[in-house]
Design a protein around this ligand. Structure first.
Ligand SMILES: [Zn+2]
Length: 377
């Protein structure tokens, strides 16, 4: 029988919580993105061989909803300093506004307050002349990317430009930092909280239909998509590209910034994806992904089977889609774009763009050339 929070002695949890502060400090020192530190990052969870404490095990929807509530609270606590942070007034500042000649959207470089002592830098694209409210999308970049690259569609981020040119309101924060600001938080916690605050900002924009919200991202952006969709039920559709994997696989040759104390003790990534159920979820991987350091399809397929099991409990198996495309570490969106159009509508039909056609976030072939460094995704 699998372990659960109910069957694990309370003392274990208390001891873990006490040990946590020390680990946080140790991990902060290790949270520099470099291969020589991989063993140190992975050792945080090396003692864990049992099933995670909060592995999804519900058999009925009502039980699953209860598990989701507990798991979300635990994720906030583990990632963000012991509890769900209080929201603070976003105090948005527009740093710059651009109206690119080849676009029907305008771009704003913005800064939002996310905590009393923290801000996030982001870009937002909105239609220049909206005739009705439009869907809003949080679009997330990978290692080495920026929010600006997303809204401009640069490098492997053609999907960002596609979203902009489809006429959605697109918000794209910078989430790539590797310096921890709060030693009792995790890097992923700071990134995810900033991204959640960007969703808060999106729904304050007058252009946005707050019932039509989605999130999409590649690599680190796909990872952040997983957490944001798990924690924010306003998002009705998520596309996590180039990320579906297991904790075990991530310990083999990847930049350790995904890890934080308590993660592996409580969850595998399929459990975190189970927090998205029964909302629409697309996870995609390329056949040319390679281990170590990459996201092999076979590993992803096993994780997806667990995700599907959670969706089945909600009688929503078809709401989770696993796309396997022929490319490498790229965003393709083959199953995402049709679902996005269906769920958020299509404010406008984009003009042909060599880097970002309406059907795809950059064709697999063109994007392959610009995919992220496989050792630092
Ligand atoms: Zn990293």
């Amino acid at each position: 029988m699998e372990s659960s929070a109910e069957t694990r002695p309370l003392e274990t949890l208390r001891a873990f919580d006490l040990a946590r502060q020390g680990w946080v400090v140790a991990f902060a020192l290790l949270s520099v993105c470099a291969r020589p530190l991989l063993a140190g990052g992975a050792s945080v969870d090396a003692s864990t061989t049992d099933a995670p404490l909060l592995r999804f095990h519900a058999r009925e929807a009502v039980e699953a909803v209860g598990w989701q509530k507990e798991a979300r609270a635990r994720l906030f606590a583990l990632m963000m300093g012991g509890d769900r942070p209080d929201r603070v007034p976003l105090q948005p500042v527009v740093l710059r506004e651009l109206e690119p000649a080849n676009s029907a959207s305008r771009l704003q470089e913005i800064r939002l307050r996310t905590l009393d002592d923290r801000t996030v830098h982001a870009w937002i694209a909105v239609p220049r002349r909206p005739t009705a409210k439009v869907g809003g999308v949080l679009a997330l970049h990978g290692h080495g990317g920026t929010g600006e690259k997303i809204v401009r569609g640069e490098g492997p981020y053609g999907y960002g430009r596609t979203l902009v040119e489809m006429g959605y309101a697109v918000v794209a924060p910078d989430i790539g930092q590797h310096d921890l600001q709060h030693t009792n938080w995790s890097l992923m916690g700071e990134r995810v909280w900033d991204a959640l605050c960007c969703v808060d900002y999106l729904v304050t924009r007058p252009e946005v239909d707050t019932n039509r919200l989605a999130v999409a991202g590649l690599s680190l952006g796909g990872e952040t998509t997983m957490y944001v969709a798990a924690l924010d039920e306003r998002l009705r559709l998520a596309c996590s590209s180039g990320w579906l994997t297991t904790v075990d696989n991530m310990k083999r040759g990847h930049c350790p910034c995904w890890n934080f104390p308590g993660l592996a003790q409580h969850f595998d990534f399929s459990d975190i994806f189970a927090l998205v159920a029964p909302r629409l979820l697309v996870v995609e991987l390329g056949e040319q992904e390679r281990a170590p350091g990459g996201f092999p399809v076979e590993v992803g397929r096993r994780a997806f089977e667990r995700i599907q099991g959670a969706y089945a409990v909600f009688d929503a198996k078809s709401a989770a889609v696993f796309t396997v495309h022929q490319g490498g570490h790229v965003f393709v969106g083959r199953d995402f774009w049709p679902l996005l159009r269906r769920e958020l509508g299509v404010p406008r039909t984009p003009r042909a763009d060599p880097g970002a056609s309406p059907g795809q976030g950059g064709s697999p072939d063109s994007a392959k050339l610009r995919s992220l460094d496989p050792g630092h995704q």
